[in-house]
Design a binder for this molecule. Structure first.
Ligand code: NAD
Ligand code: MLT
Length: 528
């Protein structure tokens, strides 16, 4: 199968080597699409690779019926409608680590350029002015650097600032005193950081909570002559409030790499001599661009070839080691979900998955998603996948529970899936037998031993002589060959079950005929 890959932002040519080297990848690079052209042309593509420029809106996603994966060569995914991607079962991957160093170094360059007025002095010199009075700077030593957002980049900036003999105070919802102490910095509240900073640098993502986080009230709290740096995302600093604070001499200068609307070329902030700026360059080093492009290209190739991805954004990431351990259970979990979808009668309100034995020690979230995928596919079709299965279950209102127990009733591993509807709870259990593959070992209260594949018929009947024979005879008349048959009963003369695996699809009329046989209560056809 050939996959069509579209690249709409400039990516490092060396970085996309994994894509170029992979087989069956038809790569198209088009970095000048307008939003309308992207919507018009996305239809045939299986993968889209971007940086921060391309806006992957809901409309783009809704016009991309073949799109399976979006690769963001960088960290921020605020230019992708993640909800829309998840709803459409499109996985989004990014390259979270590749440009950390580049962005941290750029931040330090901005702090220093700001402190020493380097761009302004250089411009003046270019204009043939030898002006040694207008550009007197300030030193970093013993100044306080306030950091808002101490993630990957914030932490790297903190380490570098300490090298400049700065005192660092940071605010991050995940920063503890203990961690700050180990890093040789101070952990503060947002207010403390704003109040104490001589230089304030922002390193949060752009989220609902961080939009306009640095606004008029924030500027009012700051020291006079504070200097502001933003190499994270436009929109975190309120640009009008920043302009006013600079004009009012509250803020002595600002160094900006990112802007609320990009490209940012004609804005009143750029008219202020106190503002220095770069056009979203923090990640633009040869090294970083190569790493981020390699990372996302490798994930795209792996995903399209049915493999796992390293940096999923809209799926919980699971380590390679765990993936290796739970990988063999993928098929079983989907089949159990699918089996149950045929067995249940009514609308599923609650799904409970019990992970027992070896499985209880693992991160089983991918298996839960896979089980839901199997369960939902019958009614929702093939667009259900790992990415949207959990989302779709939530949207439908299915309550999903996971339980783990180390005991597994004699099996090394046991996966039991229960589905509750208004008509009762049905359950199926399966196991992976060492070297022998998957088996369904229990349906409701009956023990069975069935390979979960092909055409199965599950019959509930009265434990009476002749019941099994009648079923066999009817199937023979319909030219349906029985490959294997299991019977089970709770007690003699009571309820019993037959689990038949047959060689071909059963027509609805044959199911009806089976149901009408004496002593037969219920017939379910399951195609796995
Ligand atoms: P990260 O996820 O490692 O760190 C972000 C940190 O922000 C996290 O620790 C998080 O807890 C914290 N945070 C979230 N909400 C917060 C809040 N309300 N207040 C304080 N802290 C909060 O991300 P990163 O890799 O360090 O990237 C940081 C930012 O830099 C992102 O916005 C990313 O898109 C941007 N970035 C920009 C460029 C560029 O070219 N300018 C390059 C790389 C990254
Ligand atoms: C990022 O979030 O990684 C940066 O914005 C880099 C980029 O522009 O791609």
């Amino acid at each position: 199968m050939t996959f069509n890959i579209l690249i709409t932002d400039p990516l490092s040519e060396d970085g996309i080597t994994p894509l170029r080297q992979a087989e069956e990848m038809n790569i198209h690079i088009q970095t000048d699409y307008t939003p309308a052209e992207l919507i018009e042309n996305i239809r045939d593509y299986d993968a889209l690779l971007i940086r921060s420029q391309t806006q992957v809106t809901r409309e783009v996603i809704e016009n991309a019926p073949n799109l399976k994966i979006i690769g963001r060569a960088g960290v921020g995914v605020d230019n992708i409608d993640l909800d829309a991607a998840t709803e459409h079962g499109i996985i989004v991957v990014n390259a979270p680590d590749g440009n950390t160093n580049s962005a941290a170094e750029h931040t330090m360059a901005m702090i220093m350029a700001l402190a020493r007025n380097i761009p302004q002095a250089f411009n003046s010199l270019k204009n043939q002015q030898w002006d040694r009075k207008s550009f007197i700077g300030v030193e970093l030593k013993h100044k306080t650097l306030g950091i808002v957002g101490l993630g990957r980049i914030g932490a790297e900036v903190a380490a570098r600032a300490k090298g400049q003999r700065m005192d660092v105070i940071a605010y991050d919802p995940f920063l503890t005193d203990e961690k700050a102490r180990k890093m040789g910095i101070t952990c503060g509240t947002l207010e403390e950081v704003l109040k104490q900073a001589d230089f304030l640098t922002i390193h949060t993502p752009l989220l609902k909570e961080t939009r306009n986080l640095i606004n008029k009230e924030a500027f009012d709290m700051m020291k006079d002559s504070v200097r502001i740096v933003n190499c994270a995302r436009g929109g975190i600093i309120d640009e009008d409030a920043l302009y006013d604070a600079i004009v009012a001499k509250k803020v002595a200068g600002a160094a900006l790499d990112v802007f609320e609307t990009e490209p940012f070329v004609d804005h009143k902030l750029l008219t202020l001599p106190e503002v220095i700026a770069t056009p979203h360059l923090a990640a633009s080093t040869v090294e970083a661009q190569e790493i981020v492009a390699v990372d996302v290209s490798a994930d795209v190739v792996s995903f399209l070839n049915g493999g796992v991805v390293q940096n999923p954004v809209n799926l919980p990431s699971v380590s390679k080691e765990v993936m290796l351990k739970i990988g063999p259970f993928f098929e079983l979990s989907e089949k159990l979900g699918s089996f149950l979808s045929s067995l249940v009668d009514g609308v599923v309100e609650e799904v409970t998955i019990h992970y027992s034995g070896d499985l209880s020690e693992l991160d089983v979230r991918p298996l839960t998603r896979n089980t839901l995928k199997g369960l939902l596919k019958k009614n929702l079709g093939d667009h259900v996948n790992d990415v949207n299965a959990r989302f779709l279950a939530d949207q439908i209102g299915i309550e999903v529970n996971e339980f783990k127990t180390s005991t597994s009733k004699g099996f090394t591993n046991l996966l039991t899936v229960e589905a509750r509807t208004a008509n009762g709870t049905r359950r199926v259990s399966g196991t992976l037998l060492n070297g022998l593959g998957s088996r369904i070992v229990k349906v409701d209260k009956y023990n069975v031993d069935v390979v979960p594949e092909g055409h199965l018929i599950f019959v509930k009947h009265k434990d009476q002589p002749g019941a099994i024979g009648r079923v066999g005879t009817l199937l023979a008349k319909a030219d349906i060959n029985i490959a294997t048959m299991q019977v089970g009963r709770a007690n003699a003369g009571g309820d019993a079950i037959m689990m038949l695996s047959i060689d071909k699809y059963v027509e609805q009329q044959d199911v009806q005929n089976l149901t009408e046989l004496d002593d037969i209560y219920d017939v379910t056809v399951i195609d796995l």
